[in-house]
Write a protein that binds this ligand. Structure first.
Ligand SMILES: [Zn+2]
Ligand SMILES: [Zn+2]
Length: 130
């Protein structure tokens, strides 16, 4: 006998998650609209211009990467096209990773040690062998 019927909590959790998503979407829509009113519809990196027809590709970036920090003067917002926005976040993550690595490493002699480069070489070698 399947006991699927007795799971009212799962439905309740779904509703809570859905509600949180809706609130998040509403908040994002709020600051996005404000940012689009404040700033010209131009990507801050590649200077691509946007119109109503492709405006969905223009996204609001948070300079301090805190999405809950939305000052009404727009000082924490930057309009970026979806490609530059993605690149910006990748750059930020890479930088954070490097900083953490340096802080945790401690030994200068190991500064040139790059485990992932070796991994790449190993994988290539494996490919060639097969
Ligand atoms: Zn761009
Ligand atoms: Zn962003």
């Amino acid at each position: 006998m399947p006991t699927r019927k007795s799971a009212p909590d799962a439905g309740r959790l779904d509703r809570i998650v859905a509600e949180a998503r809706r609130a998040q979407a509403a908040r994002e829509k709020g600051y996005r609209e404000q940012a689009l009113k404040l700033y010209p519809w131009i990507c801050g990196r590649c200077a691509r211009q946007f119109t109503r027809s492709n405006l969905q590709l223009l996204e609001v970036h948070h300079r301090d990467s805190n999405h809950d920090h939305n000052p009404p003067d727009g000082s924490n917002w930057e309009l970026l096209c979806t490609y530059c926005h993605e690149a910006e976040h990748r750059r930020y993550l890479d930088g954070a990773g490097r900083d953490a690595e340096q802080a945790g490493g401690g030994k200068d002699s190991q500064a040139t040690y790059r485990p992932f480069e070796n991994l790449g070489a190993l994988l290539k070698r494996k490919d060639r062998g097969s």
